[in-house]
Design a protein around this ligand. Structure first.
Ligand code: BYC
Ligand code: FE
Ligand code: FE
Length: 471
């Protein structure tokens, strides 16, 4: 068990107090982080009391404490999961060697790149979500938004700790850059595309936490296998927090679908929009949009980077140790449908080069089970509608299908055919404007906007009607 210092200026379980240089460097970064939070964090509400959970441990049921906190006073800390004694590199060319406590010199640059890419997504998501407080459908949802936001802030701390502690001056420069890039900015965008997309309505927010935070789950899980032990340990604890983010997205979409189905039934012409709700087709379009952008987050189907990450023992597969009995991934192939002259041709790819695709397939399976559940919710309300995921080739911007055109089933089509269907498959400006028009804030305890169903229960054993944010 690592000692917890919760009273320190930077709460931590990494004995920060014993390393004065590191402590000083991080304490110098801290005010810049807080400036960033004030400028780019949730707009409004910074002086309000929010019922938030704060990490006070890294394992067990009581790892978090719930109380009212003003967001700028949130105790952002550095918490690594407990060290596994005698841990070995679990896969790749160094399998069986002792896990690294320091950065192996030969992998310094790649490892830094992985950590920077991971770190970049965390503040990006906060930036994307910063205006959503203005249109929250309930205090419960407002609180969940802020919970996700403060924890993404903590995830940035997790990566900045690694950069400061293990990458010297370069690491400190990267930590500055993490506060300088901006989601959606023309000149200084965030690194990955999905984190530059606008997320200005709550349907997008729920899709984001469902699909982008779920990419987080899969990326963090594969980094939790890393032979670089400090990265593995920090990712293991981040996954504990991540579960709630995905819960917010999954149940958020489910609640919208339930309400949409109810309003569809209620309306004489079966149009949920006439009733002030969101029609099921619009929900499906937003799912198409965010799912496809989030598939891009796994990188190219064929990637020598991915092969290098795996071979070096830096990034494994999902649950590598538990799910696989063979951890070298040599002399094996994965068959991929490669686009060739407007057609798809099956080709066998070396497994290591296909590691991004292996992870993406596990992710898609995870998403599928949610979609099946959502369809049942809609059908239980008496509406004959099936929610689906588009093909993994649909609307891609990265990888072997990026920039090409496929229909929702993944069949190749022309650019003209795609454009002709765009408004049916993807959100239009009019859809987005409609969502903004119905998303008026509902700020009284126990009340909820018309376009979404209430949750089954509240947070931490509280009722839905609990005063989650105090005015
Ligand atoms: N957008 O070989 P390729 C989370 C770039 S989410 C823009 O295909 P690779 C969270 C790529 O960088 C989890 N660019 O890719 C969720 C490369 O550029 P360079 C985040 C992209 O390296 C919600 C080039 O294209 N964590 O935590 O095999 C809220 C070709 O590269 C994109 C991680 O991602 C894209 N989508 O794989 C808050 C884990 N995709 O080098 C938080 C760390 C690729 O040629 N990252 N490119 O300039 C990685 O493991 C890898 O970097 C990736 C890409 C899997 C992302
Ligand atoms: Fe995160
Ligand atoms: Fe998250």
């Amino acid at each position: 068990m690592s000692a917890f210092d919760l009273q320190a200026k930077i709460p931590n379980n990494v004995n920060l107090g014993d390393d004065r240089r590191l402590q000083r460097a991080l304490e110098q970064w801290q005010p810049r982080y807080l400036d960033w939070w004030q400028e780019m964090g949730p707009e409004g509400y910074q002086t309000k009391d929010v019922y938030l959970r704060t990490a006070i441990g890294v394992s067990g049921d009581d790892w978090a404490h719930y109380d009212y906190v003003k967001m700028p006073d949130y105790r952002w800390g550095i918490f690594l999961a407990d060290q596994v004694p005698d841990r070995k590199v679990p896969f790749g060319d160094h399998m069986g060697e002792p896990a690294w406590q320091e950065v192996p010199g030969e992998y310094r640059n790649v490892l830094r790149r992985i950590i920077v890419t991971q770190g970049d997504t965390e503040p990006a998501s906060v930036e994307q979500q910063r205006l959503l407080g203005q249109t929250a459908p309930s205090l419960y949802d407002l609180r969940n938004l802020f919970q996700v936001n403060v924890e993404e802030g903590r995830h940035l701390w997790a990566m900045v700790y690694l950069l400061h502690n293990h990458f010297g001056a370069e690491g400190r420069d990267e930590a500055e850059e993490l506060l300088a890039r901006r989601a959606g900015d023309q000149d200084k965008p965030r690194i990955l595309d999905a984190f530059n997309q606008p997320c200005n309505d709550w349907l997008s927010f729920f899709c984001f936490t469902m699909f982008a935070d779920r990419d987080g789950k899969f990326q963090l899980a594969s980094l939790a296998q890393s032979g670089f032990d400090p990265l593995a340990r920090t990712c293991r604890f981040m996954l504990t927090e991540e579960a709630h983010h995905m819960f917010v997205g999954d149940t958020g979409i489910e609640r919208i679908l339930r309400r949409s189905a109810q309003l569809t039934k209620l309306d004489p012409s079966g149009d949920a929009r006439v009733q002030g709700g969101i029609d099921l087709n619009t929900v499906q379009k937003f799912i198409n949009f965010w799912f496809s952008y989030c598939l891009d987050l796994f990188g190219s189907e064929v990637s020598s980077n991915a092969a290098d990450f795996f071979g070096a023992g830096l990034k494994g597969r999902f649950d590598e140790e538990k799910r696989f009995s063979e951890h070298l991934a040599l002399d094996q192939k994965l068959t991929l449908a490669m686009p060739k002259n407007g057609k798809l041709v099956n080709e066998d790819i070396e497994l290591r080069n296909a590691m991004n695709e292996v992870l993406r397939q596990d992710y898609i399976d995870d998403c599928k089970s949610a979609v099946r559940r959502w369809s049942k919710v809609v059908q239980a309300e008496g509406v004959d509608f099936e929610v689906t995921l588009p093909s993994g080739r649909f609307h891609r911007h990265q990888g072997i299908y990026g920039g090409l055109h496929f229909d929702r089933d993944g069949e190749p089509i022309s650019a003209e055919q795609f454009e002709a269907m765009r408004a049916e498959w993807l959100p239009t400006d009019a859809d987005r404007a409609y969502l903004r028009s119905i998303m008026q804030p509902v700020m009284a305890p126990g009340q909820i906007a018309n376009w979404i169903a209430p949750p089954k229960k509240g947070i931490n054993g509280q009722d839905f009607a609990f005063e989650y944010v105090r005015f």
